[in-house]
Design a protein around this ligand. Structure first.
Ligand SMILES: CCCCCCCC/C=C\CCCCCCCC(=O)SCCNC(=O)CCNC(=O)[C@H](O)C(C)(C)COP(=O)(O)OP(=O)(O)OC[C@H]1O[C@@H](n2cnc3c(N)ncnc32)[C@H](O)[C@@H]1OP(=O)(O)O
Length: 182
């Protein structure tokens, strides 16, 4: 797959965070209302995320009729949403929460409605607050990718980053309670 994505050569050392999910363990949604992975998001993608070995996250989702773009196939924006969210989990393997600053997607094959889509996202490196990630999607055979993506995520202090927006959340009361805890 062609990509203009360039990972710097002078990367910082990284190690898996001791409290990160173990390989094979389900990773908790960063927010139960998340459109990508939140299981409380009625309209969302309901991605199921798992920690992989080393610096990998795997995920899967069904492609129901409501995700249609072209006739009988997934909408490209839905696929990029999924990539965004799966790669958004990668920084949690090394510790900090991060948000996507840059995302690029290469669409390789049409993805049929009714299929089950699998993802593997991998940390490529970290430089200061920037976390470089790539992800591959397939329909069951990892040797037959249907799409790939690259992202730069930037680590944040989640409390500060979301402070002004928590009241917009469907879980505003829960977040308000959390914010008042030390
Ligand atoms: C009790 C309450 C607690 C709440 C708890 C909630 C828990 C939730 C936990 C975790 C949530 C995770 C959710 C993941 C969801 C899936 C992923 C998404 O969909 S994320 C949504 C879409 N993304 C955004 O909304 C970002 C909007 N953008 C921003 O906010 C800023 O631009 C931000 C934070 C990305 C950067 O802003 P700056 O001011 O902090 O930092 P600067 O200095 O600009 O950048 C830092 C480094 O990044 C590079 N950078 C920034 N933007 C870049 C870009 N577009 N491309 C390349 N590099 C970029 C810069 O060049 C700089 O690099 P150099 O260290 O100097 O080399």
């Amino acid at each position: 797959m062609k990509s203009s994505f360039v990972v710097p050569t002078d990367l910082d050392p990284v190690q898996r965070h001791p409290k990160a999910a173990k390989a094979g363990e389900r990773m908790r949604a960063h927010n139960p209302m998340c459109y990508g992975c939140g299981q409380e998001s009625v309209e969302g993608l309901r991605l199921q995320m798992f920690a992989g070995e080393d610096f990998e996250v795997t995920a899967a989702m069904d492609v129901p009729a409501r995700f249609e773009g072209g006739p009988g196939v997934i909408h490209g924006g839905v696929l990029s949403t999924a990539f965004d969210d799966v790669m958004g989990m990668v920084p949690l393997l090394i510790g900090p929460a991060a948000v996507t600053a840059h995302l690029e997607v290469d669409y390789q094959r049409p993805i049929p409605i009714g299929s089950r889509l699998h993802f593997t996202a991998t940390l490529l490196g970290r430089q200061r607050r920037k976390v470089y990630a790539e992800a591959v999607a397939h329909l069951g055979d990892p040797d037959q990718p249907v799409a790939t993506a690259h992202a730069i995520l930037v680590t944040i202090n989640a409390r500060e980053h979301f402070a002004d927006h928590l009241s917009n959340s469907a879980m505003a009361d829960e977040y308000k309670a959390r914010m008042s805890r030390p």
